[in-house]
Every structure is written in structure tokens, then in C-alpha cells.
Design a protein around this ligand. Structure first.
Ligand code: NAD
Length: 357
């Protein structure tokens, strides 16, 4: 298992250090894991003048999986656009063609009261959003701000999907559903957008390949509403880049704990980039209080999706549940009056739970 490790900026290095403890534990049990670390984001701008140095890209290409921390910070917000840390991540996703973004939103029973929704609405919630990541209105041409004949400024972006782009991510959606509760909801806006009419047509063409999966369609406005009305109706949601961007943030907030949620971005070969959904949290960086569990759960997703080692993934998931049951809480998930564990103490608790299995 060859893993490129890119800690990045802010709390990234602090939480990646805890994920590496988990890898060390499996290594000590005999798993063959190789890691190589590199720079990306702001730190890469500081050291190499490029948010994605060619040396980093080269070893990421050779790796089976990439363990990514987080990037960005106020220091870099005034840089020219091509030097911004986010550019490094966007380019890496594009270079490796990581088109399928898998984002689970799961409510851990121990944290059900952290949600802004009532516990009876969210308890037991376990959704997987599969979002297309390399197409849609974020990348479509033409784009830009120009002037029309009257001299008024006009902004343009283009929503565009080819059927092959739709097909490959929808297959991921069906496959994820097959491994879960066998229910897939495809989200579009076919009543007004031709691009998403094509999306719906392609989904319907693929559906006969997965007779064991129940397929439904939902318009995106209704999906946004249903996610707060009755989120447990969903198992897997598959959707395009822009709708997925918005819905996955909405779904993650149902769980009430941004520091708990991992994500995977995969290409056709199963190579993947695994990262927490949160950013570099500059407000708490360097204080040793960040929650490392989203990063550790990213390791679980890496074992499951890139290495097909569900056994190791399950062990990580069980260990995380165990430390929550034992009452370990970092500051972001602690209730008023509860003592909070630091980043390293939380990582150590997970490793101890793994050893005890
Ligand atoms: P953020 O996710 O970094 O932080 C939002 C809030 O959540 C903050 O109060 C932060 O302290 C808290 N938080 C986040 N992760 C936490 C954790 N593991 N433990 C405890 N608390 C946690 O979002 P932001 O403040 O909007 O962005 C900060 C920087 O991160 C920006 O430069 C942004 O561009 C970047 N960013 C990077 C990524 C990425 O690396 N993929 C994603 C989103 C934002």
C-alpha cells in the first residue's frame, strides 16, 4: 500500500500526524504500508513558489492513495489566483482525474445531540453523497465577466456534461448503494436544465445494470428540503458537481460535527485522495486542540475504497466509535462542562482502541 502523505497547512499537519499513528499501528501488525510525504498548498508556495510542485505531483501519480490534510490560510488569501493554495488541490484532482467524490454524513449515536436538528430526526442518519467533481458549471466554457453591447458587465458560466462523464460517476453511485442499503437517489433539475435532463436519461439507461438497487429521482430543490425534513430516507445520493457541493455541505451539518467527516475522491482505477471535509481551521491551528477523527476516518475510507481492505477499515471505524463511547471528546464535540481531549490524546486513544481489538 503506497500512500502519498500531504499534510498541507493550518491544522493539516497536526491531524495528519494522528492518522499516521494509525498507519504505524497497522504496520506494526504486519501490514505492508509505505508512505512518502510532500508539500502542497500554502506551505508549497512558501517553499517552492507553486501550490502543487511538480515533485509532489510526480510521487502522487505513483501512489495508490493520497492522504491529504487541509490547505489554505489568511496569509495566502491575497496571492494571485494561480498561486492560491486551493489551486494546488484543484489541479491535483484534475491531473489525477479524481471525478467521483464520496462524502458520508453519519451521525454517531454518542453525538446525536450535536446536530442543529432534533435528535429524533437525525439519530441513526447514515447518508453517502456521491458528487461528480471534475465537470459541470465549475469547469464549463465559455466563462468569465465581459461587457455587452450596452456596456453593462455580464457574468457567464456554462453548465456542461457529456454522457461519459455522467455515466462513470453514476456507476460509482450504484456501486456504493450496492455495498450499503441498496437505495440510490439521483438528484437533478431536469424541469429547467437540459444538461440535467441528459443526466436523468443516462441514469435511467444505467439502472438495468443494477437490478438489486432501488433507484429514485429527485429535483435538487426538493432534495435540499428533504435533507432537513426527513434525512433518514436517503441511503446514497448521486449528483453533479454544483448540486453535490451544496447538498454535501448541508448533509454534513446535519451531523453537527465538521471535525468528524471524511471524504474520498476517486478515479477510474480506484486511486483516491482521502481528506477531511473541513478546511485548515486557521483559528485553532498550532494549539493542539483540533479534532483528528475526520482525518483518521479518511484512513478508513482509504482502506475500504483504494485498498479493498474492508477488514482494516472496519477496525478503524470500530475504534473511533469506541473512543466516543469511552467519552473522549475534542473541544469541537464536547458538551458544556465536559473536559476536552487534545489532538494527540484523541489520536492515542484511537490507537489504544485498535490495540485492544
Ligand atoms: P474550516 O473548515 O477550516 O473551519 C470552519 C470552522 O470549523 C472553524 O471554526 C474551525 O476551527 C472549525 N474546524 C474545522 N475543522 C476542525 C477540526 N478538525 N477540529 C475542530 N474544529 C474544526 O473553514 P474556513 O474557516 O472557512 O476555512 C479556513 C481555510 O481552509 C481557508 O483558507 C479555506 O480556503 C480553506 N479550506 C480548505 C479546504 C481543503 O483543504 N480541502 C476545504 C475548505 C476550506
Amino acid at each position: 500500500m503506497k500512500i502519498a502523505v500531504l499534510p498541507g497547512d493550518g491544522i493539516g499537519p497536526e491531524i495528519v500526524a494522528e492518522a499516521l499513528k494509525v498507519l504505524d499501528q497497522f504496520r506494526s501488525e504486519g501490514a505492508s504500508i509505505e508512505t512518502e510525504a510532500g508539500d502542497i498548498g500554502g506551505i508549497a508556495v512558501d517553499r517552492h513558489g507553486d501550490p502543487l510542485p511538480s515533485s509532489t505531483l510526480a510521487f502522487c501519480r505513483k501512489a495508490d492513495a493520497i492522504l491529504f490534510g487541509s490547505i489554505g490560510g489568511p496569509k495566502y488569501d491575497t496571492l494571485p489566483r494561480e498561486l492560491r493554495p486551493e489551486r494546488g488541490l484543484l489541479r491535483l484532482r484534475k491531473e489525477l482525474d479524481l471525478f467521483a467524490n464520496l462524502r458520508p454524513a453519519q451521525v454517531f449515536p454518542e453525538l446525536a445531540d450535536a446536530s442543529s436538528l432534533k435528535p429524533e430526526i437525525v439519530s441513526g442518519l447514515d447518508i453517502m453523497i456521491v458528487r461528480e467533481l471534475t465537470g459541470d458549471i465549475y469547469f464549463g466554457e465559455p466563462r468569465g465577466i465581459s461587457r455587452n453591447a450596452a456596456g453593462e458587465r455580464v457574468g457567464t458560466n456554462t453548465m456542461v456534461y457529456s454522457e461519459s462523464e455522467i455515466r462513470r460517476v453514476v456507476h460509482w453511485g450504484f456501486q456504493a448503494a450496492r455495498e450499503r442499503r441498496k437505495s440510490l437517489c439521483s438528484v437533478d433539475k431536469m424541469n429547467v436544465l437540459e444538461t440535467t435532463q441528459l443526466w436523468r436519461d443516462v441514469v435511467n439507461e444505467i439502472a438495468p445494470d443494477y437490478p438489486d438497487v432501488t433507484l429514485t429521482h429527485m429535483l435538487v430543490d426538493n432534495a435540499a428540503m428533504q435533507l432537513v425534513r426527513n434525512p433518514r430516507q436517503f441511503d446514497v445520493i448521486v449528483t453533479g458537481n454544483m448540486f453535490g457541493d451544496i447538498l454535501s455541505d448541508e448533509a454534513s451539518m446535519l451531523t453537527g460535527s465538521i471535525g468528524m467527516l471524511p471524504s474520498a475522491s476517486l478515479n477510474a482505477t480506484g486511486q483516491g485522495l482521502y481528506e477531511p471535509i473541513h478546511g485548515s481551521a486557521p483559528d485553532i491551528a498550532g494549539r493542539g486542540i483540533a479534532n483528528p477523527l475526520a482525518q483518521i476516518l479518511s484512513v478508513s475510507m482509504m482502506f475500504r475504497y483504494s485498498f479493498k481492505r474492508a477488514d482494516l477499515a472496519d477496525r478503524v471505524d470500530v475504534a473511533v466509535r469506541r473512543v466516543l463511547q469511552q467519552g473522549f471528546r475534542t473541544a469541537d464535540i464536547a458538551r458544556k462542562g465536559e473536559t476536552a481531549a487534545g489532538t494527540a490524546a484523541m489520536g492515542d486513544a484511537v490507537v489504544a482502541a485498535l490495540r485492544a481489538q
